[in-house]
Design a protein around this ligand. Structure first.
Ligand code: ZN
Length: 313
């Protein structure tokens, strides 16, 4: 940690050590309508929340609120309205300092609730809150920043604690993320085409299928020779020299694995067969039918290697 970092960390830690607490009171007593709405929204049909007669016969002796609802009782309004709130807020103060230091982004990372007992309709709650901890500076996938945890303790008017919640946020400097291109779709691999892709990937060779009987070359690979109908075949390695036979530029639909505009060439190899391939450092305006092209074998990822072509020197 640099001196500057240490100083910053110490300054932020002072908000934790300050130990002062804020308080937020609830709008309403724990009440049946809010409980009913919550239970319906959550699809929780437990009758201890809504059926008074049933609840009276349980160990609770009456209706109770769903424990997971605890945060709702003291939650501020949509526009931040909060009855009887104190203005103390070390988390907000520390956050201001962080924003000024460039930690402008924020994301909630964790929320942990602990319930000490059920609360019942008619009870009035408030929560006390304080900044419990600030981490050291951490490098995360989002960027570098600090995790801050606020502790909220939910209490009755008599001061009995009924639940607590730890709410953690990450304040960070957004990293400059390179847009990550997804991998190209895998080519359909069959027993007929396997040699072609393996030749590229494992031997760094562009292979052309050849009839073992009449020696006619063919591409795309196929099980039978179209000239003599032989099922026997082997391969020859292409020299890599060819010419542009035709081309097309693909605009739509955009596939994230490719750069656009995506010009695709039909290349006639000097051996006579033609194949489709992408182009390197050539756009549609640069192309002339018949222009000489040179093969470049390009490794896309750990599984896929493809033939591409650039202008021949
Ligand atoms: Zn043949």
């Amino acid at each position: 940690m640099s001196d500057e970092q240490a100083e910053f960390k110490a300054k932020m830690q002072s908000y934790v050590d300050r130990g002062d607490e804020g308080i937020k009171t609830s709008w309403d007593d724990v009440n049946r309508p809010m409980i009913r709405h919550w239970a319906q929204a959550m699809g929780d049909n437990n009758p201890i929340y809504t059926d008074a007669e049933f609840a009276a016969g349980t160990r609770h002796g009456g209706l109770v609120a769903p424990p997971t609802m605890i945060q709702a009782w003291t939650m501020k309004g949509l526009d931040g309205q909060a009855p009887g709130s104190s203005t103390i807020d070390p988390m907000a103060e520390a956050s201001e300092l962080m924003v000024a230091a460039g930690y402008v982004a924020v994301v909630a990372t964790n929320c942990e609730q602990r319930y000490l007992r059920y609360v019942k309709p008619g009870e009035k709650l408030h929560h006390r809150y304080r900044l419990e901890s600030i981490s050291d500076e951490k490098k995360t996938g989002l960027g570098t920043g600090y995790f801050m945890t606020q502790l909220l303790e939910y209490c009755t008017e008599e001061g009995e604690k009924v639940a607590e919640m730890r709410f953690t946020i990450l304040r960070y400097k957004p990293g400059k993320r390179e847009p990550k291109r997804p991998p190209r779709a895998r080519p359909g691999m069959t027993r007929d085409t396997e040699f072609f892709w393996q030749g590229l990937h494992e031997q760094n060779k562009l292979l052309i299928q050849r009839c073992a009987s009449c020696k006619t070359l063919r591409h795309p690979p196929a099980p039978m020779c179209p000239s003599c109908r032989s099922l026997e075949h082997d391969t020859v390695e292409a020299s890599g020299r060819g010419t542009l036979y035709s081309h097309v530029t693909m605009h739509y639909p955009p596939l994230p694995a490719f750069e656009y505009p995506n010009t695709i060439a039909l290349v006639e190899l000097e051996e006579g067969t033609r194949l489709l391939a992408g182009l390197i450092d050539l756009s549609a305006e640069d192309l002339e039918i018949g222009m000489p092209l040179q093969l470049e074998i390009v490794r896309c990822d750990d599984e896929l290697t493809v033939p591409m072509f650039r202008r021949a020197q």
